[in-house]
Structure formats: C-alpha cells, structure tokens
Write a protein of this length. Structure first.
Length: 274
C-alpha cells in the first residue's frame, strides 16, 4: 500500500471514529467532550491495539493486518459497504479498475438498451459519474448534457446545479439523492487519491454547494440503493425512482435510470416525450 492510500485509510478511519458516540460503542460518555465521537484511546482499547499504533494508523504511518482492521471496523460500527471499502483501501480486497486509465467506450448493446427506454430517462455514466451517453427522455427532462460546460457533464454536478443542465425539471429536496450518489462516488474513486478528475468534481461541488461542505469533506461510503424523489418542472410534477445499474460485460460503467414511480408520473412523462 503506497503512502497516499495509507493517508486515505487513516482519514477514513478518523472520519468513521468521529461519527461514533461512546454510547454506541457501549461506553460511558464521561462528561462533555471537546471533539465529536470516540477518542483514539477508546478505539484502541476496544480493538485490542496500542494507542500509539492506532494513532500512527490514522496518520498514515503504520501498516495493519486484516484481523486487526476487522476488529477496528467492528468497534466503529461500520456497515458492509464501509467495511469492504476499508479493506480495499488497506489492500486486502482488490480495488475497482482505476478511473480514466483507458478511455471508456459505451458498447452498442448498452447504448441500444438506454435508447430503447422511450419513457424512462436514462444515462450511461463512468465511475466518476461523468455522463457518456443519454437517451432522448433524459435530454427532454434534464437538458442535453453535451450542452453543459465540459467539466460539468457529470450526474453529481448536474444534480447539485440544475441550472447548468438547462432542463425544464429539477429534483425537489435533492439532498438524499445527492448524498447517496456522492457516497457511491466516494466508494468508487477513493482508492485512487491522485485522480485529478475526481478531485475536480469535489472542488466544483464545494464551490457550487458550500452549504453541503460537510458532505464533500466526509469520507462516508455506501452502495447506492434506489431512491424515489419528487421532480417539479414546467408542466407537471413527477415522482421518479433513481437507480444505478451495472452492465456485467462493461466494467466501469453505470446505467443511471429514472423510472416513473406511479401511473400519474408515467402518463406525464409520456405526454412530455410525445
């Protein structure tokens, strides 16, 4: 594991530690605390390691074994996705293929599948959520991603800044969807801390949405689960279910599908698309 990944692992553990209360770890709170979460010495004691070694681990100065890392993950109450991400950062699980190592080409079958969904907005994304292709329904609802400035042709950025996409609709109360996508983005890109494009996306998110700076600085990861959200626009309101699908034969790609959540939304989309 190189130094940049050790630092990323340490920052990930620290962020997780700061989210755990003493009560969640079965400890007495011990009065008022100056910093949130567990203390390093508490994690070390519960995991059966020395305080000095655990401090070095958070500072990116120490290597670890899988057994010890499993114990730390249990102490920090990590779910399966966060545990898997931790093991991957430490080199105990293979990471995803590196973003941007080779140009990604959308296969004909995937493109035909997405284009064939006449009344379901859908786009093909890479692992950074840059938009590689979008069907007609997507363009009518959200605008043409190709018309956005080059650095902004990204599903996360277009959701955070709907005015950039120029479409007639926007997600109402987009925070759960935005956070869910961002946590998947983190899971996919954190293994490559020197990835310039991923860093650019985070910088643009921070600039566009400073109100959510605590999200962009957070190292939480999660497998994206379908989210249903209200969508409002020029004609009628919609309810769409947002899902991420992976084509088995095309590694590094997602299909981002926005399925009508009810009959009224299905009819409204059909009328819009014509």
């Amino acid at each position: 594991m190189d130094a940049s990944l050790r630092r990323e692992l340490g920052a990930h553990l620290r962020a997780a530690r700061e989210q755990v209360t003493p009560a969640q770890a079965g400890l007495d709170g011990g009065g008022r605390r100056r910093t949130p979460g567990l203390r390093r010495e508490e994690v070390a004691a519960l995991a059966g390691v020395s305080v000095a070694w655990y401090t070095w681990l958070e500072q990116g100065r120490a290597r670890t074994t899988r057994q010890v890392l499993d114990a730390i993950c249990r102490v920090l109450g990590m779910d399966a996705a966060a545990h898997r991400h931790t093991l991957s950062l430490a080199g105990f699980l293979p990471p995803a293929p590196r973003a941007g190592r080779t140009p990604i080409v959308v296969g004909e079958a995937t493109r035909a599948l997405v284009d064939g969904w006449a009344t379901t907005p859908a786009a093909v994304l890479d692992e950074r959520f840059d938009v590689l292709a979008a069907n007609r329904a997507y363009r009518l609802v959200w605008g043409d991603p190709d018309a956005a400035p080059a650095g902004w042709r990204n599903a996360l950025l277009l959701l955070a800044a709907p005015h950039v996409g120029g479409g007639p609709y926007r997600v109402v109360a987009e925070e759960p969807l935005l956070r869910g996508l961002y946590e998947q983005f983190r899971a996919d890109t954190a293994h490559w801390p020197d990835d310039g494009r991923a860093a650019e996306i985070v910088a643009l998110l921070t600039k566009e949405r400073p109100d959510a700076a605590h999200w962009w600085e957070c190292r939480a990861v999660q497998d994206f689960a379908p989210i249903t959200a209200a969508v409002e626009g020029a004609r009628a309101g919609l309810r769409l279910t947002f899902s991420l699908l992976r084509p088995v034969a095309e590694h590094g790609l997602y299909v981002f599908a926005h399925t009508p959540a009810d009959e009224r939304s299905r009819e409204a989309l059909a009328a819009l698309i014509g």
